[in-house]
Design a protein around this ligand. Structure first.
Ligand SMILES: Cc1cc2nc3c(=O)[nH]c(=O)nc-3n(C[C@H](O)[C@H](O)[C@H](O)COP(=O)(O)O)c2cc1C
Length: 217
């Protein structure tokens, strides 16, 4: 396990207040495009943190499927472990780690369910087998065996044979409305650049202006 004893040099690529866009969501798009150009595997994958009803922080990877001026869209099963956690506590975090680029983005905010039209639109854009899988899996619930899971898939496939697969009520999108977005750029000697944007939610869904600060590494 050599990695435990390695000391990587994270380089000198410039990233500072003068190189960052004033709107962090626009800046995020720049870094996501950079990650795509660098051919990072699943550049839109992020670790979603959510606190459950017992106060236990939980995390798992999901895929970012949309970016708008309001925030970051992902889709999942609303009755899953993460769905229950978000139901109990809407405040979540999202961590994008593009390690080979010495970059990470840390997002904090509130997750809201998107409306059914947006969830339908996204569901309808998915491959048919993924749509069937949404029906076939009671995500995060125990199941006796792989065979039992395959049976559930086959049953869902049979149910929709010859017709379009509609979206299950229990499956859809969330949007993370961010109040904090940090851009972290690794630099030599652990003297990393951290540029953080924060804003407050003045009223439900209404946000103040972004302010920007540099943090010590
Ligand atoms: C690269 C990657 C992408 C994933 N994307 C999603 C996703 O977009 N939506 C989802 O529900 N689960 C996704 N998963 C599976 C989740 O990590 C997780 O296992 C699942 O959502 C159940 O989590 P929960 O029990 O905490 O709700 C992905 C996993 C990986 C490794």
């Amino acid at each position: 396990m050599d990695s435990l004893n390695r000391h990587e040099d994270y380089g000198q690529e410039l990233f500072d207040e003068t190189h960052v866009l004033a709107n962090p969501i626009e800046q995020f798009k720049v870094w996501l495009r950079d990650a795509e150009a660098a051919e990072i595997y699943e550049p839109n994958a992020f670790v979603l943190g959510a606190v459950n009803s017992e106060g236990q922080p939980t995390s798992r990877t999901v895929l970012l499927k949309g970016i708008s001026e309001d925030g970051f869209f992902f889709a999942t099963n609303y009755l899953s472990r993460k769905g229950s956690a978000i139901e109990a506590e809407a405040r979540v975090s999202a961590t994008f780690g593009w390690y080979s680029m010495f970059r990470q983005v840390l997002i904090e905010g509130r997750a809201v369910k998107v409306d059914s039209i947006e969830s339908d639109d996204y569901f309808n854009s998915r491959p048919r087998d993924s749509q069937i899988a949404a029906w076939a899996s009671r995500q995060s619930q125990p199941i006796a065996s792989r065979a039992a899971l395959e049976e559930q898939f086959a049953a869902a496939a049979a149910k929709f044979e010859g017709v379009a697969v509609t979206r299950p009520e229990f499956w859809g999108g969330y949007r993370i409305l961010p109040t904090r977005i940090e851009f972290w750029k690794g630099r030599s000697n652990r003297m990393h650049d951290r540029i953080v944007f924060t804003r407050t939610e003045i009223a439900e869904g209404r946000f103040g202006e972004w302010s920007i600060e540099r943090l010590q590494p």
